[in-house]
Design a protein around this ligand. Structure first.
Ligand SMILES: [Zn+2]
Length: 80
């Protein structure tokens, strides 16, 4: 589950491809599947830090990457 910030609103998205296997993947495998923060490399599979929830942020034109809340100001910049 990830947050999808958009101007004026916050949507919730779900990524389920092979989700059942995620907990057993190595960090390298998770990185290839985009499950690590694109900015700081935080493992977004972890749920023990609520300030680092995953957000789907447009990092470059036409390039969506999951970024943790710490690196994207919890998506507030996008909403504004
Ligand atoms: Zn980050």
């Amino acid at each position: 589950m990830y947050f999808q910030p958009a101007p004026g609103k916050m949507l919730i998205g779900i990524r389920i491809s092979m989700a059942a296997a995620w907990p057993w993947w190595t960090k390298k495998q998770a990185g290839r599947m985009g499950l690590l923060c694109a900015e700081c490399g935080w493992d977004l599979r972890r749920s023990d830090d609520e300030s680092r929830l995953p957000y789907n942020i447009l990092t470059r034109p036409r390039s969506w990457r999951l970024v943790c809340g710490e690196c994207c100001n919890d998506g507030i910049d996008v909403m504004d």
